[in-house]
Write a protein that binds this ligand. Structure first.
Ligand SMILES: *Cc1c(COP(=O)(O)O)cnc(C)c1O
Length: 416
């Protein structure tokens, strides 16, 4: 598909910042979001990963003999890096066929008396099966930490995700929805656990002027460039360069450094986030309406599956997660659209076992469903900057690939 010059749609639908958000002044970001989402008080951390690490450290201080953390085999590499950084052992649970959620039988078989925590993960703003995780973790006496990094605003039975398990965390990173460039939120229904996590947070995360300066400048850069023209330079051009080299891991930003920065979030960034958060409920409502419309269209494409929420839940739709019948067709669609500036991308390019750079931190367990899910899925932005006409052209491009008998082999961003 041909690119429209100087118009790049972001892969996820983030809330754009306004100039007035950036004025000096503090604000209660965690309190604002807790009130909107109807959660208990939340702790603001410097990233979702830091929130996860505070949760894990708090739990392992209570049960030092339990050393294993069970995560889905298809998830963010930062999760594996965090577990390793704390000296804990990662256990992978394969996913259900054709899905990102953990398979119940696989989960039962990896959980044991060694398990510290099980981490059901709400990807793409969709809701994972926390009840199953609670049941299986409960049998071995492990805790449940909900990874809701991609699911701020998603609900089950009308309640925010992150509260059915023992602990839940969210991400405020760039590209996750509502962003202060890097940030995270951590909560629990249990007041004792919340207090313990607050103390861990105080001990683990110092004030650090250098990091806060850096993040503040990055946030200004994000505010300036998060629009179709700016994204051409900040996102589209590096993406094309990486894909031309064949480096898909770098292209989607799956290549994370081994050290996780740990510091407190400063008052200015909290204020920016709080002012932007005032627009979050309205933004989320628009996003849901747009997703509903677009799913209706995509469902008419034979062979294409759009992942949708379980029936007792409502998604938050930062992007749509699309599953193709096989890797060849998925690659053909990506070959046509990944570099076209229309918001088509991959979520994580591999199952955790298949990242070469993580080989020292991830066990070599076979997780065939997760691998196949990684190979057969792509994402489509739910940004309003993907206008209806362009969306229709994207749908037709997918239709073409799925209706021809032989998917053409295309490498993304090959010069035409
Ligand atoms: C992004 C992400 C994280 C980490 O959050 P950061 O705020 O980027 O540290 C954890 N889990 C999942 C599933 C994610 O997508």
């Amino acid at each position: 598909m041909r690119r429209r010059p100087f118009h790049e749609v972001p892969p996820t639908d983030g809330l754009p910042l306004r100039l007035a958000d950036l004025l000096p002044g503090s604000g209660d970001l965690a309190g604002t979001l807790a009130a909107q989402l109807g959660t208990p008080p939340m702790l603001l951390t410097c990233s979702g990963t830091a929130a996860f690490m505070v949760a894990l450290r708090t739990l392992s201080e209570r049960e030092p003999r339990r050393r294993e953390v069970v995560v889905p085999a298809y998830t963010c590499p930062l999760v594996a890096i965090a577990v390793h950084a704390l000296g804990l052992r990662l256990r992978l649970c394969d996913t259900r066929a054709g899905h990102f959620d953990m398979d119940e039988a696989a989960l039962s078989s990896v959980c044991s008396e060694e398990t510290l925590a099980v981490v059901p993960t709400h990807l793409a703003g969709l809701v994972a099966d926390v009840d199953a995780a609670n049941r299986i973790a409960g049998r071995v006496g492990a805790w449940v930490i909900e990874d809701a990094a991609q699911a701020l605003g998603a609900t089950q039975h009308g309640h925010s995700v992150g509260l059915r398990g023992d602990i839940g965390f969210f991400s405020l990173a760039a590209g996750k929805g509502l962003s202060i460039y890097e940030g995270g939120l951590l909560t629990s229904r249990d007041a004792t656990l919340r207090e313990a996590m607050r103390r861990t947070h105080e001990a683990m995360l110092p004030y650090d002027r250098g990091w806060e300066w850096r993040r503040s400048l990055e946030l200004l850069g994000l505010a300036a460039l998060y629009r179709p023209v700016g994204l051409t330079v900040a996102y589209g051009m590096p993406l094309q360069r990486r894909l031309r080299r064949g480096d898909t891991v770098a292209a989607v930003g799956d290549d994370f450094p081994a050290r996780i920065p740990m510091h407190r979030v400063g008052t200015w960034r909290q204020g920016v986030g709080a002012r932007a958060a005032a627009r979050w409920p309205g933004f989320l409502a628009e996003r849901r309406a747009r997703a509903a419309q677009r799913i209706d269209r995509l469902r008419r494409i034979d062979g294409l599956a759009v992942l949708v929420p379980r029936e007792d839940s409502e998604g938050s739709w930062p992007f749509l997660l699309l599953r193709f019948p096989d890797a060849a067709r998925c690659n053909a669609v990506l070959g046509d659209l990944w570099c076209a500036g229309v918001g088509v991308s991959r979520l994580f390019v591999h199952a955790l076992t298949d990242y070469a750079y993580l080989a020292d931190r991830v066990p070599r367990a076979p997780t065939p469903h997760a691998r196949s899910f990684a190979q057969c899925t792509a994402t489509l932005s739910n940004s309003a900057w993907l206008d209806d006409a362009t969306f229709e052209r994207v749908a037709q491009a997918m239709e073409r690939v799925l209706t021809t008998d032989e998917a053409p082999a295309m490498s993304p961003c090959a010069p035409r």
